[in-house]
Write a protein that binds this ligand. Structure first.
Ligand SMILES: [Zn+2]
Ligand SMILES: [Zn+2]
Length: 311
């Protein structure tokens, strides 16, 4: 049962957009939320005071101005700051909705697609030349545009499961609305940190086959990693098996599916190259191409062969 609904005033954000579940990794029980404008029940509040939200079973308890309320409907927005006290603070632009389930709060932000794309591009590629950033923004937009909702109470999360999303980054007018298409249809463009010199094909991916692509930057100087498997563990024979190992022993330790196996005595040691699933655009290679003077169209043509850009 979801007792309390929080919705931000859509003063500037349009009603459309995507719904992103945020801060889920923290499984928050308590949040401090500041917004430009609040309405709790029938009351309007001054914007200065943060409102404290506490999960009470399946209800949200709101504390503001020395009072406590379990009002069913709260309005706040459009500029929102949410903090998990002592852990993290983030800013968002959009409408906020918070529900509680079994003592955990679920904050969801409905935001404009372009705001979300800029926030993903800033989070997924925090540094790098402008043209690489544009390529990243187009991949992120294509992913949102072509992927159907992946969660129960919202469309996408803010972790690598969907796409990383942090504070809003600058929107890029030049690529606004551009998405990647294959045979005329937009597809959920995948990307990853770095390859080992070549990206992987994914013929079974539904909307785009992801051809194998050479990556000069990673050929020249690949990200190399070594991991000694704990006793009783076997080298991963699939991406799912790799993710299972990574989940248990650390995301950077079994960084990719490209490795050789060394057996020494009883030990099994993986020597690998690259970081991530290896399908689609290599972010490291994209940055190197942009540094070499190539534009976002050339970068996307390289990592997503036989595609076109449509609006
Ligand atoms: Zn997700
Ligand atoms: Zn690469």
């Amino acid at each position: 049962m979801k007792a309390i609904l929080l919705v931000a005033l859509a003063a500037t954000a349009p009603a459309a957009g995507i719904r992103v579940g945020v801060l889920a990794l923290f499984q928050p029980k308590r949040l401090l939320v500041s917004a430009f404008e609040w309405q709790i029940g029938v009351e309007r509040l001054a914007p200065q005071q943060p409102v404290e939200l506490i999960a009470a079973g399946d209800e949200v308890l709101c504390r503001f101005g020395g009072r406590e309320s379990r009002t069913r409907r709260i309005l706040a927005g459009p500029r929102i700051t949410i903090s998990v006290p002592g852990k993290i603070e983030r800013q968002y632009l959009g409408e906020l909705e918070v529900t509680a389930t079994a003592g955990t709060l679920t904050p969801v932000i409905r935001m404009d697609l372009e705001t979300a794309v800029a926030s993903v591009a800033a989070a997924e590629m925090p540094s790098g030349p402008a043209e690489a950033h544009k390529a990243q923004a187009i991949a992120a937009r294509s992913y949102y545009a072509a992927t159907s909702r992946r969660h129960g109470g919202f469309d996408f999360c803010d972790t690598t499961h969907c796409q990383l999303l942090k504070d809003p980054g600058p929107e890029d007018a030049a690529t606004r609305g551009l998405v990647l298409a294959y045979q005329g249809r937009v597809f959920g463009a995948m990307y990853f940190r770095s390859c080992g010199g070549e990206t992987r094909a994914a013929a079974n991916a539904s909307a785009y086959p992801y051809f194998r692509v050479r990556c000069e930057e990673c050929l020249r100087s690949p990200h190399a990693w070594t991991f000694e498997l704990p006793a009783g563990e076997e080298p991963p024979d699939s991406e799912a098996a790799r993710l299972d190992l990574a989940r248990r022993f650390g995301w950077n330790r079994v960084a990719s599916n490209q490795f050789t196996i060394e057996r020494r005595g009883g030990a099994v040691i993986l020597h690998g190259k690259g970081h991530g699933h290896g399908i689609g655009m290599c972010q490291r290679g994209a940055i190197a191409m942009a540094e070499a003077g190539l534009d976002f169209r050339s970068i996307l043509e390289h990592y997503y062969p036989r595609t076109s850009l449509i609006r």
